[in-house]
Design a protein around this ligand. Structure first.
Ligand code: PMP
Length: 309
């Protein structure tokens, strides 16, 4: 799960690299006053051939634009400008043997209540150890996912993570590293920063986004890998009680990758299925270029950009 982040040497802001301490926002801007921003969390992996690949960058760009569109935040950056900024920052920060987690954020720096809105694209990137995710205890929170008519889960904005923070604080009192948020109908929406995969009857189930989850890019990857492996994968509403009788559960997301769940609501998981373990193996083989998959596209950091400027 999420490790503590470092303070990297550079941040990309205002179209160029700046030292970490100079990457500041004014307290009067909408991003600070109302938490107005949309963002993406993206993963970059060292490949077996010695190159560095950013996973599904185009899809993340497209989702950033969709979040921005819903919140009326203009996004004048083309995909090429976005990719170029990501490569510029990675070129300055990438280190041998460390993967990267990249946060690309549109912070609203100008405008008031939707008038004259203007944003800046800010990119930060953090080193990540190349380790397999450790199994976690998962709880079910008493906090609820907001609905599509309150704060839509489909929008990846920081304000959506207030409830996730409360759920994590609640989880700590129960020795749970992550918590399930239920939706307004009492069914499974997602975890605090990941979607949920549940195995029953040799089928991988996950709630569709209309149940109150983010439109997850990693879930799409896992679905494509499952299809190739002949594993049944179904998107349908998942009841809370189905968690309790599941054969296997995992969290699924850019940062959590495929994290196994060892206990749910204080009850140890049975070792009845290994579908998610097989998918986890296939996932890492694909994202590291060991066994490429057509769905798993990687944007390769151009050669010569691995050195600090
Ligand atoms: N739900 C939430 C609330 C998240 O923060 C994330 C991580 N971005 C996910 C689901 C998984 O989405 P993705 O696979 O695109 O990272």
């Amino acid at each position: 799960m999420a490790s503590k982040l470092q303070e990297p040497q550079f941040v990309y802001m205002g179209g160029k690299l700046r030292p970490w301490n100079e990457a500041v926002l004014h307290i009067g801007c909408e991003a600070v006053t109302r938490g107005l921003n949309v963002f993406e969390g993206i993963k970059g992996y060292w490949q077996t051939d010695g190159t560095f690949g950013v996973l599904l960058l185009r899809r993340h760009y497209d989702r950033l634009r969709r979040s921005a569109q819903i919140l009326h935040i203009p996004c004048p950056w083309t995909y090429e400008a976005f990719e170029n900024g990501v490569f510029e920052l990675l070129g300055a920060l990438v280190e041998p043997d460390k993967d990267m987690w990249i946060r690309t954020t549109l912070y609203v720096i100008d405008g008031h209540w939707g008038e004259g809105t203007a944003a800046d694209l800010v990119l930060t990137a953090f080193h990540q150890d190349k380790v397999l995710p450790v199994a976690i205890n998962l709880g079910v929170s008493s906090w609820q996912r907001s609905s599509d008519v309150s704060l839509p889960a489909r929008v990846k904005t920081s304000t959506n993570y207030q409830v996730a923070r409360l759920a994590r604080i609640e989880g700590r009192t129960q020795d749970c590293q992550d918590m399930i948020l239920l939706n307004q109908w009492g069914r499974v929406a997602e975890a605090t920063g990941s979607c949920v995969l549940v195995v029953r009857d040799n089928t991988v189930l996950t709630p569709p986004a209309s149940e109150g989850s983010l439109e997850s890019i990693t879930v799409d990857v896992v679905e494509a890998l499952a299809q190739s492996l002949g594993i049944k994968f179904v998107r349908r509403p998942v009841d809370r009680t189905e968690l309790l009788i599941a054969d296997e559960i995992a969290l699924c997301g850019t940062l959590s990758e495929l994290t196994p769940v060892q206990s749910i609501a204080g009850q140890a998981m049975p070792r009845k299925s290994s579908l998610l373990t097989s998918l986890q193996q296939r996932f890492f083989d694909a994202v590291r270029g060991i066994d490429p998959h057509p769905f798993v596209s990687l944007s390769i950091l151009p050669a010569g950009r691995h050195l600090s400027p």
